[in-house]
Design a protein. Sequence first.
Length: 161
Amino acid sequence: MTRVALFSATLYVSQVVLSFLPNVELVTLLIILYTLAFGKETLLIVTVFNLFEGMQWGFGLWWFSYLYTWPVLCLAVLLLRKFIKEEFTVWAVVAGAFGLLFGSFFAIVYLPVDPAYALTYWLSGLPWDLWHAVWNFVLMVALGKPLFHLLKKVKPIANGY
């Protein structure tokens, strides 16, 4: 329970601290690393993070996108981790692809409201999604391996060993 609270808070604080930089965030990097280190438990970490986000910024329509966007990343990592293992250059590509797709995940919530708006929303955000992809890639290349090795050292302590 402590680990869930600590790592959820870390996601939240990292996002708030970098919020002045559009589409530059550590959340994607951290969720990938948490999923590699802690597996399915990351889904609970993400759920608490989503609640923090809603309490901070309001529970608008955008917030419902968070309810499936971050878990999709967790599930993708769970599926890919057996193949990619600790190849952080490949995880950087995954993080970049997720950044590129981020706007499309957010557009899904607008489909029932107005499909044309959802498409316009997604297309108009593509330049920002590209920026998001580049930074996700760069951050994973720069920080992925060292942070993951740090998490591996923390994991036995967190499990009570």
